[in-house]
Design a protein around this ligand. Structure first.
Ligand code: GLU
Length: 434
């Protein structure tokens, strides 16, 4: 029996509508926009998993290869009860835009399993991860489609999947998946890469608009891998991180938090809302100071949604008071929130640029695996900064020249690159002219 997933059937329609609207306004060839309206392929499978009590349960799983004009498809695998085929498709479209924004030689893909991984034992989780790879191995490969971690998947799960793939193909091919443990060919710096990339983007933006870090307050929704690292780096650079939350609730302190101490305490308790901090010292207490909704509506300079999609929508966008939103999650704003925020002068640093540090270091991992030559952490960080800063500059130049939102600018640059690759193979205009 598979676990029931909450339907998020409009997330893909919304993602396509936004892409089409931005693409048309940017003058992208209609043929190219049409190519991006639907995925090239989506595989659905039922994964049989032997549970610890001896029974077999079936989990619904997906892998979507959205577009591969720029190179093999690339994107994570999500384990979450709310996964749906539509969500996987939306995430795969965003990966297509994202890889192109930062100039990687990749198309976009995504995968997911409808499961609450917190309810599985470690052995059940391993069997599920291996079952995913057994079902999908024919559609994946280092030059075809390369998965990575996403929500509720991690390096250990990537390690199991890589091992399973290598057992199936009877070859060592670590480049089939990224975000692996270092011992199995993972890259140094991959764990912090999404947060570090977002930090670089926020810093580049702060530089452009002249933000005074010590006066800049930040609220971070989501304290997973991406949220934790971006909060840590912002705090270390002098920003005041005044609110943090996880799926169970959040905490607020006007003086700001010491993120590392918060992280340690959360990992002792598994629950952020039970953590109380004063003067940089955090301890466990039994209270809930702020809800996730309240956090989104705080009067802060920078709001960082770093959890799931669709948290800022038509029904709450009017209550958002942040001056800047840095989208570290994928799709935290529905398209209905774009225009109202733009009209109010709120800058939204879009997901397809802001969280692209993760896939960028995934690309570095893939390159290292193909070369059989690992890089130092310094090399990874320096190259990540180069990629992110270059992409930010290109986005900002387009935004300044055309007077559009940062999202529209990032999409336009990205879609033009995809258009150039597709056109290099010949378009209607080219064939008609010859
Ligand atoms: N899941 C991450 C993302 O959404 C990383 C993908 C990857 O490294 O391929 O960008």
């Amino acid at each position: 029996m598979s676990e029931a997933g909450t339907s998020t059937s409009n997330v893909f329609t919304d993602a396509v509508a936004r892409m089409v609207q931005i693409g048309e306004a940017a003058g992208i060839d209609a043929e190219i926009i049409d190519a991006l309206r639907q995925p090239r392929a989506t595989v659905a499978a039922a994964l049989p998993v032997r549970m610890d009590d001896g029974s077999t349960r079936y989990f619904e799983a997906f892998r979507c290869r959205y577009n591969d004009a720029l190179g093999p498809a690339k994107g994570g695998i999500r384990f979450h009860p709310n996964v749906s085929i539509e969500e996987v498709r939306a995430l795969a479209l965003w990966m297509t835009i994202k890889c192109s924004v930062v100039g990687l030689p990749y198309g976009g893909g995504k995968g997911g399993v409808i499961v609450d991984p917190k309810k599985l034992s470690r052995l059940e989780l391993e069997r599920l991860s291996r079952a995913y790879m057994r079902a999908m191995a024919d559609f994946l490969g280092p030059d075809v489609d390369i998965p990575a971690p996403d929500v509720y998947t991690n390096a250990r799960i990537m390690g199991w999947m890589a091992d399973e793939y290598q057992a199936i193909t009877r070859r060592k091919s670590p480049a089939v998946i990224t975000g692996k443990p270092i011992e199995l060919g993972g890259s140094l710096g991959r764990d912090e890469a999404t947060g570090r990339g977002a930090f670089i983007v926020i810093e580049a933006y702060a530089e452009r608009v002249g933000l005074d870090r010590a006066q800049t307050t930040v609220a971070v929704q989501g304290f997973g891998n991406a949220g934790y690292h971006v909060a840590r780096l912002l705090q270390a650079a002098g920003y005041r991180v005044v609110a943090v939350s996880d799926s169970k609730g959040g905490i607020y302190s006007e003086a700001g938090f010491d993120i590392d101490s918060l992280y340690t305490t959360k990992h002792e308790s598994r629950l952020l809302k039970g953590v109380y901090c004063e003067n940089g010292i955090c301890e466990l207490v039994d209270h809930d100071t702020i809800s996730n909704e309240d956090l989104l509506e705080l009067d802060v300079d920078i709001l960082v949604p770093a959890a799931l999609e669709g948290v800022i929508r038509a029904d709450n966008v009017d209550r958002i008071r942040a001056r800047t939103i840095a989208e570290v999650a994928n799709g935290p704003l529905t398209s209905a929130a774009d225009a109202p925020l733009f009209d109010r002068g709120v800058t939204v640093l879009p997901d397809v640029l802001t969280n692209a540090g993760g896939v960028t270091v995934s690309y570095f991992e893939w390159v290292q695996n193909k070369q059989g030559y690992p890089w130092t952490l310094d090399e990874v960080r320096t190259r990540l900064a180069d990629v992110m800063n270059k992409a930010f500059d290109q986005m900002w130049a387009y935004k300044t020249e055309h007077g559009v939102s940062a999202r529209a600018a990032a999409y336009a640059v990205s879609m033009q690159r995809i258009a150039n690759a597709i056109s290099a193979g010949g378009t209607r205009a080219w064939f008609r002219a010859s």
